[in-house]
Design a protein around this ligand. Structure first.
Ligand SMILES: [Zn+2]
Length: 442
């Protein structure tokens, strides 16, 4: 019990930086004609028009139905119609709150934090999740990478945090920070995996900086195919930390190799029509039919490979060309998946598997860059939180298949820790009272 109290005291000392919230637009790739919100854990207060309380303490068994109108939303709770308002806000009453979002015609998702709903027009809702930055990041990491080891998630969290801090104003004109789609970073659900929360926590306060200490641009892709690309070969500017490097770690993974068969005439005519190449010229024809990339190139006969990739829907620009036995088709033999600039996710997964440290991985993919640790994030805070999550993971492993209520599973326990921290701040109870309270809760 004493250990926990110490842990909580440490949590308190840095809680401010973690309470910072971001606004993320949800279902940004869909048109939402109605959404049904129910509650998996905790209580939510329902407000309309920035402050009018409609219903306090909504919880299990309650459903809020929101539909767009020309000027806002119509609100109903368990079938009771409240009418039309400019906006609706579902505000979590403590840290341990999970809501379940069921938009019409779209797969349901769960999120933490608050929800603010208004409309773009009478047939499309604007749905914003106001959520703690690190909670958002854990959801992003879960959406962006696969794997089993926490260092994989630590690297992805660092990249995603660095990207987010550089791009806080990306949707400023739209009234939120980020969308939940690949335009920003995928955020398809709340994080439901303790190992991902562990990796994200381990990376607390860590960002990636260049030699001058400035946050870098952190592009990543699925698999480099064995060599990453220079930034100027894919986009416009040549960045010193986005250099092409040999990357054997990307071999022998899910996305290491691909092939694509295209009709020979279709292939040649594409270059003739779209890029005005003279395919009657034997040298041109020969190059188009036997183009080789033992190392990454940026162009084929002056045509950017990025353009060819887009036009044929190829997995990467890192391919060589041959003609099949009958002479009817060209076969593209390719490596990797994605634009190839910056970090290879599958290379990272392999490096972590080989025991290579997370900071070495960052230095491998981002030339001359390094990991910066925010001094305001207490190391002991992170260590203690990591210890608590690790303990919860071990407990769960020791009791496989044991059915638990949401409050008693690992996430529930984690929420209790954070919730306790909030309440302690609010009520400042004596240590004696806390001890008693803890015995009941734990
Ligand atoms: Zn976006």
């Amino acid at each position: 019990m004493k250990r926990l109290l110490l842990f909580l005291a440490l949590l308190l000392s840095v809680s401010v930086s973690y309470a910072e919230k971001v606004k993320v637009r949800l279902f940004s790739n869909n048109k939402i004609e109605a959404i049904y919100v129910s509650f998996d854990l905790g209580m939510y207060d329902l407000y309309a028009d920035d402050g009018m309380l409609l219903e306090p303490s909504l919880g299990e068994g309650m459903t809020v139905e929101l539909k767009p109108t020309a000027t806002g939303v119509s609100i109903a709770v368990n079938g009771y119609e409240y009418g039309n308002f400019r906006s609706a806000r579902l505000q979590a009453t403590d840290t341990a709150c999970i809501m379940c979002l069921n938009p019409k015609g779209v797969k349901q998702r769960t999120y933490e934090g608050d929800l603010v709903v208004s409309s773009f027009d009478k047939s499309n809702l604007k749905i914003i999740n106001e959520v703690e930055f690190e909670t958002y990041l854990a959801g992003v990491v879960q959406s962006e990478i696969y794997g089993q080891q926490s260092d994989i998630f630590r690297v992805q969290a660092m990249i995603s945090r660095t990207w987010a801090m550089r791009n806080m104003g990306k949707h400023k004109a739209d009234g939120y920070n980020f969308c939940d789609y690949v335009h920003c970073q995928a955020y398809q659900n709340r994080c439901v995996r303790p190992d991902i929360i562990l990796g994200t926590m381990q990376s607390s306060g860590e960002t990636i900086v260049d030699a001058d200490g400035k946050l870098i641009d952190t592009p990543f892709h699925s698999n480099s195919g064995g060599q990453t690309a220079n930034s100027e070969d894919v986009w416009r500017s040549a960045l010193p930390y986005l250099r092409s490097v040999t990357d054997t770690f990307s071999f022998h993974m899910r996305q290491s190799n691909w092939t694509k068969v295209i009709g020979k005439e279709k292939w040649l005519n594409y270059f003739a029509k779209t890029h005005k190449l003279d395919i009657t010229n034997a040298t041109v024809r020969d190059e188009l039919l036997s183009f080789q990339q033992p190392e990454r190139k940026a162009r084929i006969l002056g045509v950017p490979l990025t353009r060819v990739r887009t036009d044929f829907g190829l997995k990467s620009t890192f391919f060589s060309v041959s003609v099949d036995d009958k002479g009817a088709n060209v076969i593209l033999t390719g490596h990797g998946y994605g634009h190839g600039v910056g970090l290879s996710q599958e290379g990272t997964i392999r490096m972590v598997g080989l025991g290579i440290s997370y900071d070495s991985i960052i230095r491998h993919y981002y030339t001359g860059a390094s990991v910066h640790k925010d001094e305001n994030v207490s190391e002991s805070y992170v260590e203690n939180f990591v210890t608590e999550i690790s303990k919860i993971i071990e407990e769960d492993k020791a009791n496989p298949g044991q059915k638990k209520s949401k409050k008693d599973d690992w996430l529930g326990k984690l929420f209790r820790v954070r919730d306790r921290m909030d309440r302690e701040e609010e009520f400042d109870p004596s240590k004696q009272e806390m001890e008693e309270d803890w015995k009941v809760e734990w």
